[in-house]
Design a binder for this molecule. Structure first.
Ligand code: 3H9
Length: 707
């Protein structure tokens, strides 16, 4: 075979080595499965070959089916002629040699091989559920035979990546090589050792582990119960369970057929389309289309955080969690001490909950050092300013950082709304300055909104994006505009939810609609968690800057009464001492009624759809303004921000993907009608009107060049 083909068969003495070479991740794109089948047949037909190694070139074994092919008219070989079937029918042992990732169809191929060995850093998994489908290459039938239905259903329903040592303990891998071993050489040696082994150990022939399901008849119902909350509105997790259940009750070939039926129900579902879209949107968001080619990010090996408050502490944890040493400083030793105590308490909670080991906590804590002076952080490759969200507090910090930091240090501000250019102007090196907006809690939330200053250098922006990925976040770029992209697009939603109360809704009614839609919590409950005083401060700032700012008297009233949310035991809801459960509060209903009456607003009843659309359409309209002003690169970046900053249900794709399901025309018509009814705040964005008139989907909107 020629070098250009994605699959090659070489011989090493009596061993055939099949190499899959389809960069970047060896997905099973058209030509790859066919290539593996052809190579297996060639090896089978060659009497000089006694055993075969299947290995991936580049950074991975095989990361699964090519996701871009789903939902298209894929050419699929019938059952019996697929690569897995050819492996099952083979007469020579095949050893899967795994490094990087063996995911989805990749692990399914490996499980159809007779032996599986891996380097210790490899990861395996069946993550299909995360893109709204199920393992359709026999994975739901073979994995329970390999590791038992309980462990299999857990892996398939969570889609988690399992590290090689754990995979070996579970029974997925036959051997994990020592660190630094040469995988290809080891696999060839392994193949030589097993060349004569007969009968061939085929996973399909194993049934002993399936007995576990008979011993525990409630197994699958228990799993269904345990996922009920997080899997609501979704089908894929339930079909995954049904498929594993079938593995325990049907002969394997019937199980394969059942798997196909359950797969077919999912491939073109709304949920699968939305999840595929989200997968690619996240990867697209990392790309900066207007950067000159070849800009290399600066290497970040050490970090510093100024400001040891809740945000600063969470940011420091984000660095420590992924192995980057970080220094944290505050203006007084007391503030720094409080900060480190909060960090320790956070880690201790994770240890108590079992999500972190004591040793790992110690390792992470050892990476965090409290310091008291700018001179102590001068050497850091990146510094993140996370002091109080006031220009007058942040500016002196920027002047001090400019004096202290080594040349080439990246200087980032964790601001959620302030003008990044004004901060950069305090330094002699505005090219090194950008915004990096973390979301609260910063060590948990994945969104990393990078804010581009007018003078931020391409290298600085590329470095900020790379840093986001390095610390396990999902970066997306925003232009410098009040609230940047995430909070600016969300702001009208935040107003609209309170305006709905003026017109006759109750917080619990709005929250229920949004939870039913798929949010983990309703927006009023979230407000109580974050603290209503925070929103009030933002409103005061905006009202001062804009005389036409729409006031929210009900929200202001609660804050005046000291109802700040959970921390004061009362906000939109009331809370029992020591309990975070929100209880509807007649006092709030009374305040709403009185305020609405004083404002002279007519009361009415709302359908769930009206509530949902009032909230989300207001944000879609603002998102269109953001795009027309060139403050975001793409509509899908806004979706990424909503998924990872605000808990928008992933299986609905994101704000703009969701709006596309309704259509720009219908969204525009509704907004235009509300403009008539409610006035200025519903003025349709120009871009929205253009999309409606031209029949263009939101995701194809062409924003102005980023400024
Ligand atoms: C499946 O297997 C179904 C089966 O049951 C069979 C049914 C019949 N397809 O993430 P990265 C691209 S379903 C197409 O930045 P990393 C990705 O878009 C599949 N493209 O790298 C990106 O492109 P670009 C089950 C893919 O190192 C580039 O590769 N498997 C695929 O951070 C680099 O990706 C999965 O769900 C793909 N399968 O992470 C695994 N995978 O450079 C999905 C990647 O143009 N993949 N690309 O932006 C992943 O989770 C991660 O990519 C991985 C590497 C962990 C592998």
């Amino acid at each position: 075979m020629s070098e250009a083909q994605p699959v090659r068969l070489d011989t090493e003495g009596e061993i055939g080595v099949i190499t899959v070479n389809n960069p970047p991740v060896n997905a099973l794109s058209p030509g790859v499965p066919e290539g593996i089948v052809a190579a297996l047949r060639a090896a089978e037909a060659n009497p000089a070959i006694r055993a075969v190694v299947l290995i991936g070139a580049g950074r991975s074994f095989i990361a699964g089916a090519d996701i871009r092919q789903f939902g298209k008219n894929r050419v699929r070989p019938p059952l019996g002629q697929r690569v897995y079937d050819v492996l099952d029918a083979g007469t020579k042992p095949v050893v899967a040699a795994i490094h990087g990732y063996a995911l989805g169809g990749g692990l399914e191929v490996a499980m159809a091989c007779h032996y599986r060995i891996a380097v210790p850093t490899a990861k395996v998994g069946l993550p299909e559920v995360l893109i709204g489908i199920l393992p359709g290459g026999g994975g739901t039938q073979r994995l329970p035979r390999l590791i038992g239905p309980k462990a299999a259903v857990d892996m398939i329903v969570t889609g988690r990546h399992v590290p090689a040592p754990e995979a070996a303990a579970l029974g997925i891998l036959d051997e994990v090589l020592p660190e630094g071993a040469d995988l290809r050489a080891a696999a060839i040696a392994y193949a030589r050792r097993v060349a004569a082994a007969r009968p061939l150990p085929r996973v399909r022939d194993r049934t002993e582990k399936l007995a576990e399901a008979k011993a525990d008849p409630a197994l699958f119902d228990d799993v269904r119960k345990s996922i009920a909350r997080r899997a609501r509105n979704q089908k894929a997790p339930y079909n995954c369970i049904l498929a594993v259940e079938a593995a325990c009750t049907l002969p394997i070939d019937d199980g394969f057929k059942r798997e196909q039926e359950l797969f077919a129900e999912l491939e073109n579902s709304d949920e699968a389309r939305a999840l595929r879209y989200a997968f690619f949107a996240e990867r697209e968001a990392a790309k900066l289309p207007d950067l000159p080619p070849g800009v290399a990010p600066r290497d970040v090996r050490s970090a510093a955080v100024v400001g040891a408050g809740t945000m600063g502490g969470g940011i420091a944890m984000s660095f420590a969690d992924c192995g980057i040493p970080v220094k944290i400083m505050d203006s007084t030793p007391e503030a720094a001490a409080r900060g480190i105590e909060r960090i320790m308490a956070n880690y201790a909670t994770s240890v108590r909950r079992g999500s972190l080991t004591e040793d790992e906590m110690k390792r992470r804590l050892s990476r965090i050092e409290v310091v008291g002076d700018y001179a102590d952080i001068a050497d850091a490759d990146v510094v993140i300013e996370a002091v109080f969200e006031e220009m007058d507090v942040k500016k002196p910090v920027f002047r001090a950082l400019d004096r202290a930091m080594k040349p080439g240090a990246l200087i980032f501000s964790n601001t959620s709304a302030l003008d990044i250019d004004a901060l950069a102007a305090e330094t002699s090196r505005p090219g090194d300055v950008a915004g990096t907006h973390f979301f609260s809690p910063a060590n948990v939330m994945k969104l990393f909104e990078v804010v581009r200053g007018a003078k931020s250098s391409p290298e600085t922006l590329a470095s900020a994006m790379a840093l986001g990925r390095k610390i396990g976040k999902i970066p997306a770029m925003a232009g410098n505009t009040d609230g940047f992209v995430a909070n600016r697009s969300r702001a009208p939603f935040n107003s609209e939810m309170v305006i709905l109360l003026e017109e006759g809704c109750l917080p619990e009614q709005v929250d229920k609609v949004m939870v039913d839609f798929g949010y983990p919590m309703g927006p009023f409950a979230v407000g109580d968690l974050a603290g209503l005083d925070i929103g009030a401060a933002g409103r005061r700032r905006r009202a001062a800057a804009n005389p036409n700012y729409r006031k929210l008297p009900i929200a202001d009233r609660l804050v005046e009464m000291g109802r700040y949310g959970q921390k004061t035991g009362a906000g939109w809801y009331r809370y029992e001492k020591g309990d975070r459960t929100p209880h509807p509060d007649p006092e709030v209903a009374r305040i709403i009624r009185e305020t609405a009456a004083a404002m002279g607003v007519a009361q009415k009843t709302f359908t769930d759809q009206e509530i949902l659309r009032r909230l989300l359409f207001s944000s879609v309209n603002e998102a269109c303004r953001i795009l027309e002003e060139g403050k975001a690169y793409r509509a899908s970046d806004i979706d990424v921000m909503w998924l990872h900053g605000f808990g928008f249900p992933r299986y609905r794709g994101g704000l703009m993907f969701w709006a596309d399901q309704i259509g720009a025309r219908a969204v525009y018509d509704q907004i235009a009608a509300w403009h008539q009814a409610y006035g200025e705040r519903w003025t349709p964005a120009r871009l929205l009107r253009d999309l409606a008139e031209s029949g263009t989907p939101f995701r194809e909107a062409k924003p102005a060049p980023m400024t």
